[in-house]
Write a protein that binds this ligand. Structure first.
Ligand SMILES: [Zn+2]
Ligand SMILES: [Zn+2]
Ligand SMILES: [Zn+2]
Ligand SMILES: [Zn+2]
Ligand SMILES: [Zn+2]
Ligand SMILES: [Zn+2]
Length: 355
């Protein structure tokens, strides 16, 4: 626990960029056996130990922020990103970090205890953000340097793999046609499916709705933006939604009025809200990392599970399959034709090999 002198608590926004590159991340799965991540040519796995690249969390936080920036760009949630200076239109995730400073009462001189959260929901005051964090199990609180922070980075890699939205990260795309199919798919889900949950108190959804309205007006009419935006906001409700009782869309249990919940714009604000711990993928049940969700058939999904509900995913390289002919094994798993083989020696999986 680091102890620092600080005048007051502050919520800070940061674009942390401690940048150790992809080299030698030890494996979290088999620890001692692996001396460092060695990427396989097409499998998203380590040549040294055989475990998945997610188990090595290669890359840096700056790379994570770049990936998230790319995912949220050109979506209704691009306000959570910022243009990179001199980056030719590239956008970086404006990850909301939170630094909480508490005075330590024991001892003569006042000292302060500082806790940094690598991520916190955007747009909240610190009290509500802390209430939100306290509702999460400790293993999921992204306190800098803790197991929760590492878990957050692993979930980013697992739920939102870069190769589900960035063709440059897809060595298995084999033709122009596949690339344009993928680009169209990504464009579509960014406009219609992808969302980022918002934390508020139950009943505060009217304010969230107004904020969306303001953003839309601002974006659509740069010129008359300001005045008509204020007018649109004024037309909005008086701040309450008129409901007397709130139920979690996930577990159906009642939600306490003074306890923060998660709203999802795609689900409509009225009545659709979740306990923070119920805001999870309905396929893999993982908590949705940084509240990024995909709303499909009235269900919350993580990026991975939404994408593979639309396109088959290759069990070899883990990328989505956009070509017409692919292989389906007896157990129903799908593969690029050329990846239905042992990743060590290349022999077809129907032929036994020493691996
Ligand atoms: Zn390894
Ligand atoms: Zn390993
Ligand atoms: Zn619930
Ligand atoms: Zn999932
Ligand atoms: Zn493949
Ligand atoms: Zn083999």
């Amino acid at each position: 626990m680091s102890v620092q002198l600080r005048a007051e608590g502050s919520a800070a926004e940061g674009s942390a960029a401690e940048g150790s590159a992809a080299e030698a991340a030890p494996c979290l799965e088999c620890k001692k056996r692996c001396s460092g991540f060695q990427p396989h040519s097409w499998r998203k796995a380590c040549m040294t130990c055989g475990c998945s690249s997610v188990d090595h969390t290669p890359g840096s936080e700056a790379e994570d922020d770049q990936k998230m920036g790319r995912l949220l760009a050109d979506s209704p949630f691009s306000h959570l990103t910022a243009k990179v200076k001199g980056g030719g239109g590239l956008r970086m995730y404006k990850r909301n970090r939170m630094i909480v400073t508490n005075p330590v009462v024991s001892g003569k001189d006042p000292t302060f205890n500082t806790t940094t959260y690598d991520w916190a929901p955007a747009g909240l005051n610190q009290k509500l953000a802390m209430q939100y964090m306290e509702l999460l199990p400790e293993s999921l609180r992204p306190v800098s340097g803790s197991a929760g922070s590492l878990q957050r980075r692993r979930q980013l890699l697992h739920q939102l793999p870069a190769y589900d939205h960035d063709p440059m990260k897809c060595p298995s795309l084999a033709s122009e046609e596949e690339i344009s199919t993928m680009l169209l798919f990504v464009k579509q889900y960014k406009q219609e499916v992808l969302g980022v949950g918002e934390v508020a108190l139950p009943g505060e959804s009217a304010a969230l709705k107004e904020a969306v309205l303001l953003r839309t007006v601002k974006e659509s009419g740069q010129q008359q933006g300001h005045t008509s935006a204020s007018a649109a906001a004024a037309e909005g409700s008086n701040g309450t939604d008129g409901m007397t009782e709130y139920r979690c869309t996930g577990c159906k249990a009642e939600v306490a009025k003074e306890s923060p919940v998660v709203y999802a714009e795609r689900a409509g604000y009225h009545g659709a809200l979740w306990h923070p711990t119920c805001f999870r993928c309905s396929e893999c049940s993982q908590s949705l990392v940084d509240l990024v969700y995909f709303w499909s058939s009235q269900k919350l999904l993580c990026g991975r599970h939404y994408c593979q509900s639309v396109w088959p995913r290759c069990s070899g390289c883990d990328e989505l399959i956009f070509c017409r002919s692919f292989f389906t094994s007896k157990d129903g798993r799908t593969w690029h034709q050329e990846h239905y083989c042992c990743w060590r020696c290349g022999v077809s999986l129907d032929t036994p090999c020493q691996h």
